[in-house]
Design a protein. Sequence first.
Length: 96
Amino acid sequence: MDKGNASKSLKRLCQKQFIAKIENGYMINPHLFYIGKSHSNDRYELREEFDTALTSNNIQPRFSMNEDMYKLTECQPNSVEESSNTTEYNSSNFPF
């Protein structure tokens, strides 16, 4: 694999917030996963760590998982009027 292609792919994944660069590599966005009610403290800590990695790179977090309502929320910043508009995804949005 060409080193340039891998670098471009990582950069695009970071821009779309599917991964974030952290001090010892990359981290997959934990907001995109729902695994049930077990280990909730670990999940909250991972999500907070990911959001901190984004904000330290001057990036506003794009996704948020609401586990109480089982919904993934995508925040879309709008600098003119509101700080964010949201799009919600739940199990009815996905065919599987």
